[in-house]
Design a binder for this molecule. Structure first.
Ligand SMILES: [Zn+2]
Length: 212
């Protein structure tokens, strides 16, 4: 696997410090799992962060922190049926283990969507997209950020070609029209906050139907 697109240094530092929301954390963790280059960086950042902790003055935990930790221990675990579904799914990064995978649903010509994990009240929501070979996604931008990790297949747009393991960080300054390579469907893991905004006349027609 030749990976050409990595998370930014800022994103890797935020990941090491535990400052990414759950959605972006899952996507970046899945990339690092696939990318030996970022594994080296991550290891170095974690050592640096660990060394810096020794120089930090101790601080008190927030009120209720201990109770919240105990509550997480008591949270219901994934049911056996849900685990079966996870294990039936092949070739997924282990960062997705324990995440609830919803059902694939059709959302447009050649495009299917699958929710990953519970819907977060804040931060980026996570989902998978499966796009058929040769399909061009509608021209779009976002009101927030979008992290996209390619799990299989590939797509291209003005920013380059993204194949297995590549990650793209897009924000509201980016407008793009991804086109999936011919010959193989492209499956991506996406963390997105804000709203997807479809552009152009076709996009404006489809916008009312976009709910992910
Ligand atoms: Zn990387």
């Amino acid at each position: 696997m030749t990976i050409l697109h990595h998370p930014s240094d800022e994103t890797l530092a935020a990941f090491a410090a535990g400052n990414l929301d759950h959605g972006r954390h899952v996507v970046v963790a899945a990339h690092i799992e696939l990318c030996s280059h970022c594994q080296v960086w991550q290891s170095a950042l974690e050592h640096m962060a660990g060394a810096m902790l020794f120089d930090c003055p101790p601080v008190s935990l927030s009120v209720g922190a201990f109770g919240r930790t105990l509550a997480q221990l008591d949270a219901p675990e994934v049911t056996a049926m849900q685990l079966d579904e996870i294990h039936r799914t092949e070739a997924l990064p282990s960062a997705l283990r324990g995440q609830l995978l919803g059902k694939w649903s059709w959302i447009g010509r050649g495009i299917h969507h699958r929710p990953v994990g519970p819907t977060a009240e804040t931060g980026a929501r996570v989902f998978m997209l499966k796009v058929d070979p040769g399909i061009q996604l509608p021209n779009h931008t976002h009101t927030g950020t979008e992290f996209t990790l390619v799990l299989s297949g590939a797509f291209s747009h003005a920013g380059g070609r993204f194949g297995p393991g590549d990650i793209e960080e897009a924000d509201d300054q980016v407008e793009h029209v991804p086109v999936v390579d011919a010959g193989e469907a492209c499956i991506c893991l996406v963390a997105m906050d804000g709203k997807l905004k479809l552009l152009g006349s076709m996009g404006r027609m489809l916008q009312p139907f976009v709910r992910f």
